[in-house]
Design a protein around this ligand. Structure first.
Ligand SMILES: [Zn+2]
Length: 189
């Protein structure tokens, strides 16, 4: 039974925003800030809500700020500093004054949204994502937020596997590491 698919979707949005909007490294390559910020932000939101409208340039700039704050939460969990992650999520919840609200739209049944009081789309997403991460951190699955462990990749993920053994942002990085290990073995006499 899935009591809260909305929470799953907003955690996917948090992952999407971090991966699309924070610079760093991706799959072995340097990743500069996106040149089309609005497209990247839209892509991030669609990681959880595939039908999400395109965001504006201004919303994208705000969302990039939110993404940087969210990344710090994933980084803290990856460094096994759950205290730090919790403090950062609490700060976001506090700042956005995230509040639950039952809503019904687009033919969907009533479902729980989390909004901020700032009135902008980016603030609402910040409130939503902070709440989603708070639900994860407050559960027995608090270590399921992660940063890719492949070389030269710092994209993030949420591990929804049954046994919680995920270590990579995706199959591309998993295969990269496997291939490297295979080659290394080949060189061993
Ligand atoms: Zn990766």
């Amino acid at each position: 039974m899935d009591f809260n698919s909305h929470a799953d979707a907003i955690v996917r949005v948090a992952v999407g925003l971090v991966n699309e909007l924070t610079p760093g490294e991706r799959r072995g390559r340097d990743l500069p800030p996106p040149h089309d910020l609005a497209a990247a932000a839209t892509e991030g939101l669609r990681a959880g809500y595939p039908g999400h409208r395109e965001v504006t340039e201004e919303e994208a700039r705000e969302l990039a700020g939110v993404a940087a704050r969210l990344r710090a939460v994933f980084d803290a969990v990856a460094a096994e500093d759950v205290d730090e992650a919790a403090l950062r999520v609490n700060a976001l919840l506090e700042e956005t004054r995230a509040r639950p609200l039952l809503q019904r739209h687009d033919g969907e049944p009533w479902h729980l949204h989390f909004h901020g009081t700032g009135g902008t789309a980016a603030e609402d997403w910040a409130a939503s994502c902070a709440t989603g991460l708070a639900i994860v951190l407050g559960s027995e699955f608090h270590d399921r937020l992660g940063v890719c462990t492949a070389p030269h990749c710092d994209r993030v993920y949420v591990d929804v596997s049954r046994n919680g053994t995920r270590r990579f942002c995706g199959t591309a990085c998993q295969n990269r590491v496997k291939t490297a290990a295979f080659r290394a073995r080949g060189r061993t006499p």
